[in-house]
Each structure stands twice: as C-alpha cells, then as structure tokens.
Ligand binder design. Structure first.
Ligand SMILES: *[C@@H]1O[C@H](CO)[C@@H](O)[C@H](O)[C@H]1NC(C)=O
Ligand SMILES: *[C@@H]1O[C@H](CO)[C@@H](O)[C@H](O)[C@H]1NC(C)=O
Ligand SMILES: *[C@@H]1O[C@H](CO)[C@@H](O)[C@H](O)[C@H]1NC(C)=O
Ligand SMILES: [Zn+2]
Length: 417
C-alpha cells in the first residue's frame, strides 16, 4: 500500500517533465508467456538477439519478462514479439524520465552524516567503512580483497564480537552487477544496524553474536563507479575489462564452476551475460573467490542482486536439485516469511535454475559446489513491477528493514542446521 501511493506520487511528478538526455526514448517492455510452448518460443527468440538488455529473463510460465529497448530496437523487437502472438506492454515508457527524477534527488543532498536512505558513490561507501571501523574498533576490522581491473581497492567490513569459541562465518556481497544499486544500499543498511544497535536491540545482538559477519558492499567497483558517470552509463551491469570492441564480463557468470557450459551464459563479449575469456578472468571475481577460500568455517553466503524479489539456493547450472536442497530451501522459506511479515513484500524461493533461469558460473554455485558453503544464496531484492533496476531512494530503508528481518531468521536457521 505504502509503495502503491509512492508510485502514484512519483508518476504525478514525472508527467510534467520533458524528456531529453542520452537515454531519451529508451523503454522497458514486458511480455508474459502464458504457456510452456510460448515460454520456449520466447527463450528462443531472445537467444537469437544476444545484444539485447534483458532485465528479467524468461523463467517460468506466467512470469513476466522485461526487455530494455533502444528506440532503434523497439519497432523490430516489438513487431517480432507480436508476430509470434505475444502482447508486449510498457513497463517503463521512458527510462530517461526516471533517471531525471532520481538525479534531481541525488542533487538534494548531502549532510556530513552518512544517510542510509540515499544511494552513495564508491568513495562515500569506502568512507563509511572507514568510519565504522574507527567508531567500532573492538567489534570490526576493515579488509581489502584486491585491486580491481582499473585499480580501485575492493574494501569490506568484518564484524566479529568477542567470544570464547571460534564462530562460523557469514559472507554477504553486494553490487556484483553495477546497476543494481539497491543491493549495496540494503546490505550497508543492515550492517549499519547490526553495529549501531548491537547491545541495544536484543534480536540484533543475538544475530550479530552468532557469526563472524563479512560485508563486501561493492564487488564490481569499476562497474559501480561507471554507473555514476552519467545517465548513459547508469544501466551498466558488467565489469570494465576490454574484449575486442566491447567492454565487460558478467562477473556472475565468471566463476570457475561449469563455467560457460549452459545456455545461461554467453560467449559473445558484447552480451550482457558474457562469461569472459576464461573462468576467473576477472580479477575482482578471482580475488573474492580466493578470499572466500581463506575464511575458516564459512557457513553462510549471500550474493545480493536486484530485482524480482527472490531468495534462491543452488543450483543455477542445472534444474536438478542439490542434495541439500530441502534444508537450503527451508532456510530461504524462513527468511522470506520473516521478510514478508514486515510490510507484506512477497518473495518467492527455490533453486536458481527453477526460479529464474539456468545460469552457470555463478557465485552461489561456486560457494556451494567448490568450497562447501551449504547455505549459499542468491537474493534478488525489490521490486517486481515498476522500477526494475531504478528503484527510488525512498525504498532503500524499507528494503533494508525487511531484508534485515529475513537475514535474522536465516541466521537462526543456519546456526541450528
Ligand atoms: C563518523 O562517525 C561519527 C561517530 O558516529 C559521526 O559523528 C560522523 O558524522 C561520521 N562521519 C561520517 C562521514 O559519516
Ligand atoms: C586497504 O587498502 C587501502 C588503500 O590501498 C590502504 O590504505 C589500507 O591500509 C588497506 N588496509 C588493510 C587493512 O589492508
Ligand atoms: C540431472 O539428473 C539426471 C537424472 O538423474 C541426470 O541424468 C543428469 O546427468 C543430471 N544433470 C546434471 C547437469 O547434473
Ligand atoms: Zn544481478
């Protein structure tokens, strides 16, 4: 309900803004395959157009599929869809309008204090980590993973409260896909609460004490920094390494597990799901993998994405269920039930391949398949129907609050199982 009202208010504002800018005329269309046959047909149609930017892949019968189109692509793709009996509708009429609105909000800033209700640049996020590790010296440690392709240090924050026993570890990473800004914002909110309300809120205290908590807010720093360099780059997803005429590898198709073996990863360097020239070709991905391998007792792992509202466990590369699926999915159910209780936000759960699409070379498969992290998840945050990757800032804190409840329930389940 709250969200519904916010949408209406926003649309009211947008109606009075005119559109020009690098993304003027860019739209996002939605189609819903109603039968198994239609689903397969749509998958095939989209596979023939590898350069398209698919925001939401065809995954299941009656599930929405969102495709971002340039004005040039628009007529061609829309008529191809119609020819095959699909009825495309408009999800976002003009991406530029949304960007204009969000950019205006970004200018209306900034206090010296870190504001959790705003999106932040990479530098601001790194300052936040420095600040937190200074303020909470006895509870935290700053860690560095490696320098990115373009030379940015990948920095994270570890929370480790005093304990007589060695605790299991829980690793959360955000921002592996550059444009999914709600991912780092939500993760940062949760870790901020875990520190600021430790020993104040008993549920938080209990949760924080259960594990050594690691947060890497920005797993793809070059891509993330790039999305802050102008509207034309706001929708960048991949890393920034160069491959022939095109830039970037999908860092969530680059892990060394069934690397590039299935239809869910592309060998075309210009594709949004390019798996890279080899497994671990991306220094960021290789660095995180080595870091994860070095964590003793790593029991929980979440790679945070947006959007679609899904809580998913392995496998991504096959529809076959993992041998631990029952427990993994029960953990997801615990998380999504707790999350739902806060504002009624509905998350689906299941294995990656059965919930969204087959994808090989993903972080979650790797954490489970290669280093035995039984509770490895890929989470897709808000929303489902309105903004896609361009979630407005006024949803950051609600997303943080509900996801923190989900994480608490998940932590309890994982601890006991
Ligand atoms: C750093 O932390 C202190 C203490 O909580 C706070 O007063 C200060 O505003 C913080 N600085 C930033 C840039 O967040
Ligand atoms: C992390 O990297 C930064 C930037 O290179 C450096 O200033 C800092 O000392 C490093 N910290 C640790 C703990 O390695
Ligand atoms: C999935 O399970 C089937 C039946 O047990 C098996 O034949 C097939 O090889 C499995 N596929 C993968 C990718 O593991
Ligand atoms: Zn993603």
């Amino acid at each position: 309900m709250r969200r519904g009202l916010a949408c209406i208010a926003l649309l009211g504002l947008l109606a009075f803004v005119s559109t020009h800018g690098p993304l003027a005329g860019l739209s996002v269309v939605r189609v819903v395959p109603e039968t198994k046959l239609k689903l397969t047909l749509l998958q095939r149609l989209l596979a023939q157009r590898q350069s398209l930017d698919i925001w939401k892949e065809p995954a299941c019968v009656s599930c929405a599929v969102d495709i971002r189109l340039t004005p040039l692509e628009s007529d061609d793709v829309t008529s191809a869809l119609k020819e095959h009996g699909f009825k495309p509708t408009i999800l976002i009429d003009d991406v530029q309008l949304l960007l204009d609105y969000q950019r205006n909000q970004l200018f209306k800033r900034r206090s010296a204090e870190f504001d959790y209700g705003q999106y932040h640049t990479l530098d601001e996020i790194n300052d936040w980590i420095l600040n937190k590790t200074n303020v909470y010296k006895s509870l935290t440690l700053l860690f560095n993973i490696t320098k990115s392709y373009e030379g940015r240090m990948m920095t994270g924050l570890k929370i480790s409260t005093p304990s007589q026993f060695t605790k299991p570890a829980f690793f959360i990473m955000g921002g592996i896909h550059a444009r999914e800004w709600i991912s780092p914002a939500t993760a940062i909110y949760m870790f901020g609460q875990m520190l600021d309300r430790y020993k104040i809120d008993s549920d938080i205290t209990k949760m924080v004490d259960m594990f050594d908590w690691y947060l890497l807010p920005i797993t793809n720093p070059d891509g993330y920094a790039f999305t802050w360099t102008g509207d034309q780059n706001r929708l960048w997803r991949k890393t920034r390494s160069k491959h022939g005429l095109c830039y970037g590898v999908d860092p969530n198709r680059n892990w060394d597990i069934q690397w590039c073996e299935t239809e869910g990863a592309s060998k075309d360097p210009c594709s949004e799901t390019y798996c890279g020239p080899s497994a671990f070709s991306e220094v960021e991905v290789k660095g995180v993998a080595a870091f994860l391998q070095g964590i003793k007792g790593l029991k929980g792992f979440i790679d945070v994405h947006s959007y679609s509202q899904l809580w998913m466990s392995p496998w991504g590369y096959t529809r076959n269920l993992s041998k631990d699926f029952q427990q993994q999915d029960a953990a997801s159910a615990a998380a999504t039930d707790a999350l739902h209780k806060v504002y009624g936000t509905k998350y689906a759960h299941g294995s990656i391949a059965n919930t969204i699409y087959i994808a090989s070379g993903t972080s979650t498969d790797w954490a489970y398949g290669k280093i035995d992290v039984k509770y490895a998840f890929g989470v897709e945050l808000r929303d489902t129907e309105k903004y896609g990757c361009l979630l407005p800032e006024d949803q950051i804190i609600p997303s943080g609050i509900e996801t923190l409840q989900g994480l608490m329930a998940l932590a309890s389940y994982v601890k006991d199982n």
